[in-house]
Ligand binder design. Structure first.
Ligand code: C2E
Ligand code: MG
Ligand code: MG
Ligand code: MG
Length: 281
């Protein structure tokens, strides 16, 4: 009987597995045409100064809307694009679309920066730095107004020399590097110190939990960042209570639905310039 149950579970598992494989195959096929069919777009989410609560940067996030499959989350299609060798094409689209729009709004003139996510595969692909440099120049955006967010996977041994060289090239241009989803991956603190990094983004899972362990991780991250002379960003801030705690823990910048959802046109930049002499309390 136990044996029978075991076999039944195996069948169910295999069916679920097969269904997932099939969805993956369909998505990859659709993703191959997504850029040329105009199914991809970019949205912008503000990152605010924790004390002044004014946007200092806008993070670019990719969106995919397929006419048949509907909206697909980046959590699903980004890893798929990485595996299928499509991430460089997607990343190039996001870079160009976002820089063009940012320049149209005059984001850099408003004193804001723009943050692009880059997978390690994009970073190590030939020409990443030059493509970014050229795109920024073409749109009149100074490199100092650009941030590249990379995850801790760049600390893995495999491409360490190469990633180090690429990050150095970005830094030499004046582009800042932020470590995304900090605390969830290969956190080698000595490597953090070796890499040219200007900020760490504390993963939203810690902000959401905010239990004593999560608080310890956030406080530890802030302490390390302060000793390294770099900034911290907390992502996924949804409540005033979280914002208050994070500010009290001296986190430099905050990002989350409390301050703004990812939007096609960022509210602040879309609005007419504020009246002279009228300043926030
Ligand atoms: P990420 O870079 O860590 O981006 C933060 C994610 O958290 C975004 O999800 C954002 O919409 C979401 N988020 C922001 N504030 C809140 C909040 O207050 N509450 C909650 N629950 N969520 C919040 P999204 O847009 O689904 O992107 C997921 C991930 O996909 C990103 O994580 C990033 O790793 C990747 N991604 C998105 N766009 C790109 C891209 O252009 N290139 C690359 N390489 N990766 C991208
Ligand atoms: Mg990011
Ligand atoms: Mg993140
Ligand atoms: Mg994340």
């Amino acid at each position: 009987e136990a044996k029978g149950r075991g076999r039944g579970a195996t069948v169910v598992f295999s069916e679920a597995f097969a269904a997932r494989q099939e969805r993956q195959a369909i998505l990859v096929q659709a993703l191959k045409g997504a850029v040329s069919n105009g199914e991809l777009s970019v949205v912008f989410q503000p990152i605010v100064d924790a004390v002044r609560r004014e946007p200092e940067c806008y993070e670019v996030l990719l969106r995919w809307n397929n006419p048949v499959l509907g909206r697909i989350s980046p959590e699903e299609f980004i890893p798929m694009a990485e595996e299928a060798g499509l991430i460089v094409e997607l990343g190039a689209f996001a870079m160009e679309a976002a820089l063009r729009r940012f320049a149209q709004w005059g984001g850099q003139g408003a004193g804001c920066r723009i943050a692009l996510n880059a997978s390690i595969r994009q970073l190590i692909a030939p020409g990443y730095v030059e493509t970014l440099r050229a795109a920024a120049a073409r749109h009149g955006i100074p490199p100092s107004a650009i941030v590249v967010e990379v995850t801790e996977t760049i600390f893995a041994d495999t491409y360490l020399d190469l990633t180090h060289r690429v990050l150095r090239q970005l830094q030499d241009l004046g582009i800042d590097i932020h470590i995304d989803d900090f605390g969830t991956g290969f956190s080698s603190l000595s490597r953090l110190h070796e890499m040219p990094v200007q900020a760490i983004k504390i993963d939203q899972s810690f902000v959401r939990r905010m239990d004593p362990q999560a608080v310890a991780i956030i406080e530890g991250s802030v302490s390390i960042a302060e000793k390294f002379g770099i900034a911290t960003v907390a992502e996924g801030v949804e409540t005033e209570a979280q914002a208050d705690l994070l500010r009290a823990m001296r986190v430099t910048y905050l990002q989350g639905y409390l301050f703004g959802r990812p939007e096609i046109v960022p509210g602040k930049l879309a609005a007419p310039p504020s009246e002279p002499g009228r300043s926030a309390p």
